[in-house]
Design a binder for this molecule. Structure first.
Ligand SMILES: [Zn+2]
Length: 258
């Protein structure tokens, strides 16, 4: 599942291609909005909020999309001929650019003043202009018995962390993902580290936490089950964690993370 930095980067690409330009085409390929047309409206902004993406128009509408598991966007010059793809959920174009959203998990249109309905539940956005570490810590601290690995992924606590950054943040702070939130020494340092990691990676695609961008060298724990810990050599473990039906993968070093 894409992490907050990918959504931030995608929003930036969409903003550069669409903002300030009038839509010459809008093609919603989801049944509920199949008859909606935003052609003739100007896009004012494309913005990320956690893992949610909002494209706002001069007509007071917001297109709300979410990449969920497999979604992605591609921006191409307007002159490029797009092959027909059943994976496209939304196509937006102006005189210069066309943007296609593939396999989007959510595609909906709502009045801009009602955006709170779809993003109001989110905690502080790690890459948002209003990032607030204290508020993230306050929200995390509301359920002290909850495993920290699970709490970090709850977007109501802080918005933008996915399984990669959760694994890497906990490795770098030496915290076992199963440790209860109430027993984590310094929640503030943990969330600030997450903010720095996402910020470091937001201008490109990739989640580098080791400082080494070479393929296979990017991460400390994530995706490295059975391979030796880069610090101590102990095999990295893999497990599942989360509420029933929403289990997500965890990677950790049983020696470095307590
Ligand atoms: Zn280790």
């Amino acid at each position: 599942m894409p992490e907050g930095d990918v959504v931030w980067y995608t929003a930036r690409q969409l903003h550069e291609a669409l903002a300030g330009r009038v839509l010459t085409r809008s093609d919603f390929r989801v049944p509920r909005y199949a008859t909606v047309s935003l052609t003739g409206q100007q896009v004012t902004e494309a913005a990320a909020r956690g893992k949610h993406l909002l494209i706002r128009t001069s007509g007071g509408l917001s297109i709300h999309t979410h990449l969920k598991m497999d979604g992605f966007w591609r921006v191409r010059p307007a002159t490029t001929r797009l092959g027909e793809s059943y994976k496209v959920r939304l196509l937006l174009a102006n005189e210069d650019w066309q943007a296609a959203g593939y396999l989007l998990g959510i595609t909906e249109v709502l009045p801009t003043p009602e955006e709170q309905r779809v993003t109001g539940h989110l905690g502080p956005d790690l890459l948002g202009p209003d990032w607030d570490a204290d508020e993230a810590v306050r929200r995390l601290s509301q359920r002290l018995e909850r495993p920290i690995g699970e709490a970090l992924l709850d977007q109501k606590n802080l918005a933008g962390v996915g399984t990669v950054y959760a694994a890497e943040m906990l490795f770098l702070r030496g915290i076992n993902p199963w440790r209860p939130v109430g027993e984590v020494q310094d929640l503030h340092a943990l969330v600030e580290l997450g903010q720095r990691l996402l910020d470091f990676n937001k201008m490109r695609l990739g989640h580098v936490t080791t400082g080494d961008t070479r393929r296979g060298q990017e991460n400390w724990a994530y995706g490295r089950a059975g391979r030796p810990c880069r610090r101590c050599g102990t095999p990295i473990r893999r497990g599942e964690q989360g509420p029933p039906g929403q289990e997500r993968l965890r990677f950790w070093c049983p020696n470095c993370q307590r």
